[in-house]
Structure formats: C-alpha cells, structure tokens
Design a protein around this ligand. Structure first.
Ligand code: GLN
Length: 483
C-alpha cells in the first residue's frame, strides 16, 4: 500500500478498497520501522493522524468526495501546526507549540488530508544539504551516506522512501526543487504569491514560497490544488483564480517552445548531468516540443545577489527570536543584554548565525548601497532576462543542480561550495517565477533532476509538461533499494 501515489490512493479510497485509517496505520508503522535510518521526521503526529483519518472515513461514508480526503501527508516543520511543536529545525524553537495553523495546513486539513508528522529541515530553511538541523542530518534513501538536499530534505527523504505519498516544502532559493532532484521526486515551487505564507515561519520573505513534493506531476497537481489560493492574511498573496491543475495535465506538447539557456552548460555542470538533460530535451522533442537556444546573460550574478538579499531579510525576520517572546531562553541571564546575547548565541546554530551577521552587515549604514541596493538592482536584471526569454519561449529547461547528492559532511566546512549548488534554482526565486524539478535519470546510482521554469501563474503548464514526460519515461517510478 505504501507504493501508492496520491492519485491511486484517491481512487482506492473512493472504490472502498481500503480506508484512510487502514492506510494511515500502515504508513505510521512504516515510519516507525524505517525512519530511524533516515531521520526525516522531527515529530510524528500519530494521534492527530488517526483522528483525521477516522474523520475522513466518516466524511466519505457520508457521501463526500475529494482527491485529498483521507490522503496521508506531512508538513515541513516550519508550517505552524496548532498545539504541535513547530521547530523550524532549530533549538530556538524546540519548545515552541504553534498557537494556530498556517493557512496551508488549515487548507489541506479542510480538504481532508491526514497529517502524519512534521518533517526535518535545515535550521530556519537555510541550507542545501539538511545537515544544519538541530535534530541531526537527514539521510538520502538512495544512499544513506549522502545528503538528501535541503532545506526540505526531510519531506524529500520521507516521500522518496515511500513513507508517505507527498509532503509540503518551502523554496526560498531551491529548497523544494533541489531536494526533489536529489531524491528522484517531482517538486514544484509556485509563483510568489500563489500559496499563502501566513503561518509559514519566515526565512527571506520576498523569496519564500510553499509548495509540494511528491513522486509524480499528477500528485503535485493534487497537492497544489489544496494549497493555492488568495489569503487576505498574507499581504503578498495574489488574488488570482486557482485553475484546475489536474485538468491541465493532458494538454498536447505539440509546438510547445522550450528554451534551453546556453549559460546553464558551463564548466560547473557535471557532464554526466548535462547528458541526461540533453536526453530529456530529446524526449520532449519527440512529444512535439520545439527547442530553442536562449540566453540569460545576468545569471552569473544570481548567487552573489541572493546571498546578500536572503541573509538581509533573514537578519530582520530572525530578530524576533530574542529569548523574550519566542522559544529558547538562556539560563540565569545577568541582565537584558546578556539574555539577548546568550539566548540567540545558544539557540541558533552556526549557519543561522553566519547569515544573520552577513545580513546585518549588508544592511548597515555605509554598506547598504554597496551590497543590498546593488543586489536588488541585479535582481531586476535577472527578472528582465526572464521576461525577454519568455517573449520567445513557453518553458525554460535545464538542470536543477550542477551535481548529484554529495556525501554527508563533504561541503559542511565550506559554505560557499554549498551555496554554488543553488546556481540553477535561485534565479526563479529572485524573479518570483514558478519552477518544477522532475526525475531525469541517474549518475552513480544517484538521482538527477531536470528543471522547468514558466511565466507567472503558469504552474499548470509546468505540470502538463512534466506529466507528459512522465507518461513517456519511467525515471520517476524507480524506488531506492531497501525502501
Ligand atoms: N540553499 C538556499 C539557502 O541556503 C536555499 C534554501 C531554501 O530555499 N530555503 O538559502
């Protein structure tokens, strides 16, 4: 039963082949048995899951239907869940029980989804390896010595290991697409403003966006349907009608113009990944797509710009964690300054402290113009590059990551080496565009992802291309040995 996708679960529940309670029990047992190898969960919410599953079964018995009604999922542990620890992967919030549900959590629960738990993540969503969690590193089910990617690595590892069919994640610079690529999943970062950020603990507010990780594009469509929509409680939420994403899956790709940026195939890209990307291009050509080389000339400035803007926003967002209002407080503070200093010094890990310092520096008087303002100008140039490209093509295609999953510890002493892994993903966040990663093959037994980018609010187009690709390839069906 653990092999079923969300779409198959919906059919099985509708046909009364099994109940949500039965399925939930199977998956909870699987998590208890296998998760100790992966460390993909911070909290397992067994009581909540069983209550929600029984309630979903009652709703179905009373004639209600819906693809998410009774479907087991998990939330990245930065979505607030009422009365349940919401740790953000940090010692700072180890004792924090959220007083309310995030909009995403509330919407999925209202649709009948069953929450099995809260997944592990890089501390405050800062990272690409899931090694910076207070709760320990997450392991990649494809090779337990390798990272699953980050920062939504717990969600990715759990779904890839068939502990559950889908989970939520957030993507500030790639944290849905990159772990999806490294664990053989399909992951979608929606347009900025498509999914409410209310109750999603902020890392960099102008970049953060929630979205789904699942095994197929079809399942991402189901999840996104449950997550997307205008929320008056989030001032950056956009009041655009939500289309029927599942209905968009079956469009023909005949004549679809796919742009492949020449800058993507530079020296930093593993040549074996380049070859798999070219294979996926050929596959889409067979389905009728027309390929065009394009250029994104400002791409090389994206990493420096992002690693100024994201830490700048983080330094501001994380100032609220002061030992007074939220979370961890140090023992026996001497005075107020000591309370602030020690609570933050003891509550935050090294990477979070590094980002706060970089961000505060970039925002300080005298450096603001040189770093922050400059980075914002680059951000505009990057957006302009995309706008020009989308005048010529419908979709942009390239690798999701320059390398497959690396060994745990291999980059942890060199933050810049880890930052470079974000080269293909962060531009979509800087521009606010939707992006999707889907399985495209393997290198040394480790999964490789291909990334698709589309114009604003064209999530349906991304899902359509990915679904058609998945109907004609079987990379996404491969299962890691032992799971
Ligand atoms: N790896 C990037 C960072 O560390 C992106 C993280 C994310 O998307 N949350 O900032």
């Amino acid at each position: 039963m653990h092999q079923l996708t969300l779409a198959e679960i919906a059919r099985g529940l509708a046909d009364k082949k099994f109940s949500s309670e039965e399925l939930t029990k199977v998956l909870l047992a699987r998590i208890a048995q296998l998760d100790p190898q992966l460390n993909s969960f911070i909290s397992i919410t067994e009581d909540l899951a069983l209550t929600q599953a029984k309630a979903a079964d009652v709703r179905r018995a009373n004639g209600e239907s819906g693809t998410l009604l009774g479907a087991p999922i998990a939330h990245k542990d930065l979505f607030c869940t009422q009365g349940i620890r919401t740790s953000c992967g940090s010692k700072m919030l180890d004792n924090f029980k959220a007083p309310y549900d995030a909009t995403v959590v509330a919407k999925l629960a209202a649709a009948g989804a069953v929450t099995l738990g809260k997944t592990n993540m890089d501390e405050f969503a800062m990272g690409s390896a899931n090694e910076s969690s207070y709760y320990g590193a997450v392991k990649n089910p494809w090779n337990l010595e390798h990272v699953p990617g980050g920062s939504s690595g717990g969600s990715a590892a759990a779904v890839a290991a068939r502990l559950l069919p889908a989970a939520t994640g957030t993507d500030t610079g790639g944290s849905i697409r990159q772990p999806a690529a490294l664990t053989n999943l399909t992951g979608l970062k929606p347009t900025y403003g498509r999914v409410s950020r209310w109750g999603m603990i902020a890392y960099a507010s102008s970049l953060d966006q929630g979205g789904p990780l699942a095994r197929t594009a079809e399942d991402c469509a189901i999840m996104l349907q449950g997550m997307a929509g205008f929320d008056p409680q989030d001032s950056t939420s956009i009041d655009e009608p939500v289309p029927d994403y599942s209905a968009s899956l079956n469009g023909s790709l005949k004549g679809l113009r796919i742009g492949v940026p020449k800058e993507y195939f530079s020296a930093g890209l593993d040549p074996r990944i380049a070859e798999l990307i070219h294979n996926s291009v050929k596959e889409l050509e067979k389905l009728g797509a027309v390929i065009k080389e394009i250029s994104l000339p400002n791409m090389q400035h994206a990493i420096p710009a992002y690693y100024v803007i994201a830490p700048a926003e983080a330094s501001s967002n994380l100032s609220r964690f002061d030992g007074v209002r939220f979370g961890y407080r140090c023992e026996d503070p001497k005075d107020l300054t000591d309370l602030y200093k020690r609570s933050r010094g003891e509550g935050f890990g090294a990477e979070v402290q590094r980002r706060i310092m970089v961000g505060a520096y970039a925002l300080s008087a005298g450096y603001y113009d040189a770093y922050y303002l400059k980075a914002q100008k680059i951000r505009r140039l990057i957006k302009n590059d995309f706008m020009a490209a989308f005048n010529e093509v419908d979709i942009i295609l390239g690798p999701t990551t320059p390398n497959p999953a690396w060994k745990i510890g291999a980059k942890s002493s060199d933050p810049v080496a880890a930052y470079l892994e974000d080269v293909y993903t962060i531009t979509a966040n800087l521009a606010g565009l939707p992006g999707l990663s889907m399985p495209a093959g393997f290198v040394d037994g480790l999964p490789v992802g291909v990334q698709l980018l589309a114009p604003y609010f064209q999530e349906g187009r991304l899902l359509n291309v990915a679904h058609q690709y998945q109907l004609n390839t079987d990379w996404h069906t491969r299962t890691p040995t032992g799971f």
